[in-house]
Design a protein around this ligand. Structure first.
Ligand code: DGL
Length: 268
């Protein structure tokens, strides 16, 4: 196979990584992509770090073996936080996570230096963002808050409701109290709740998602490895789910757009 035709592979626990897939499709419309949503085992956030690491290794091994991708995008903060180093050591293609791109975008927009990050319990507890921010921008004050329950709302397709609003008011209190001027949506599911999160945080707080910056990172890696795909036959976009494929197709199309057509099943 022409190396340019090898797909960009991405994975997440479910629908969240579709925010990254959207950005990659928009920035690199000629690339073939394969997306795996581990909906049978979501949410990853409350699971132990070892368990998430195990899932991430299993998915990466499977993607490499069955799809021969040119790179892997870990389109999940929880998996990036606990497994990125291990995945990079495991395969000989580039493995891109979402933490550093997200944090870089956040640092670009802050004026006051008081920034916030919201993510899953697993991501916040891993300390990965706290460590990275101390390395990249020691002068910054980062307030982190876990938002258990947000992912489940997205996976149910409930992105705007009174219930999710009430939950957001409670969970976002620590970052509101810290008077942050910008807030990183440190879980790839959260951009789907941006309206609710924005309503609660108010207009003065800039919401930052890691999706666009991660897509630029993918573009950089493609340029560096000289494996960009230009023109030729229409790109293939394959979507695979370990859960119910009909639900994935219906809700996924709503969240990603028309590029999500058929969904293939994979059982562990
Ligand atoms: N979307 C993922 C993340 O960015 C996983 C969320 C979950 O499954 O709990 O953390």
């Amino acid at each position: 196979m022409d190396p340019a035709d090898r797909p960009v592979a991405m994975f997440d626990s479910g629908f969240g990584g579709l925010t990254v897939a959207r950005a990659v499709i928009d920035l690199l419309p000629d690339e073939n992509i394969v997306y795996f949503g581990d909906t049978a085992r979501y949410p990853y956030g409350p699971r132990s770090h070892d368990e998430v690491r195990g899932f991430a290794c299993q998915i990466t091994e499977w993607l490499v073996r069955t799809h021969d991708p040119k790179m892997i995008v870990v389109a999940c903060n929880t998996a990036s936080a606990v497994a990125l180093d291990e995945l990079q050591a495991m395969v000989d293609i580039p493995v891109i996570g979402v933490l550093e791109p997200g944090l870089r975008s956040l640092l670009e927009v802050t004026v006051t230096g008081r920034v916030g990050m919201i993510g899953t319990v697993g991501t916040v507890a891993s300390g990965a963002y706290q460590q990275l921010s101390a390395e990249l921008a020691p002068g910054i004050t980062l307030t982190c808050a876990a938002c258990p329950g947000f992912v489940e709302f997205v996976e149910r397709g409930e992105t705007r409701s009174d219930q999710v609003h009430v939950l957001a008011e409670r969970l976002l209190a620590p970052v509101q109290e810290a008077k942050v001027d910008s807030l990183l949506l440190g879980c790839t599911h959260y951009p789907f709740l941006a309206r609710t999160i924005g309503d609660v945080m108010g207009r003065d707080v800039v919401l930052v998602s890691s999706a666009d910056e991660t897509a630029f990172e993918v573009q950089r890696a493609i340029t560096e490895t000289g494996t960009g795909r230009r023109g030729g036959p229409a790109p293939t976009r394959r979507f695979v789910s370990s859960g119910d494929v009909e639900t994935f197709a219906r809700l996924g199309r709503q969240l990603l757009g028309p590029e999500l057509d058929a969904v293939e099943a994979h059982q562990w």
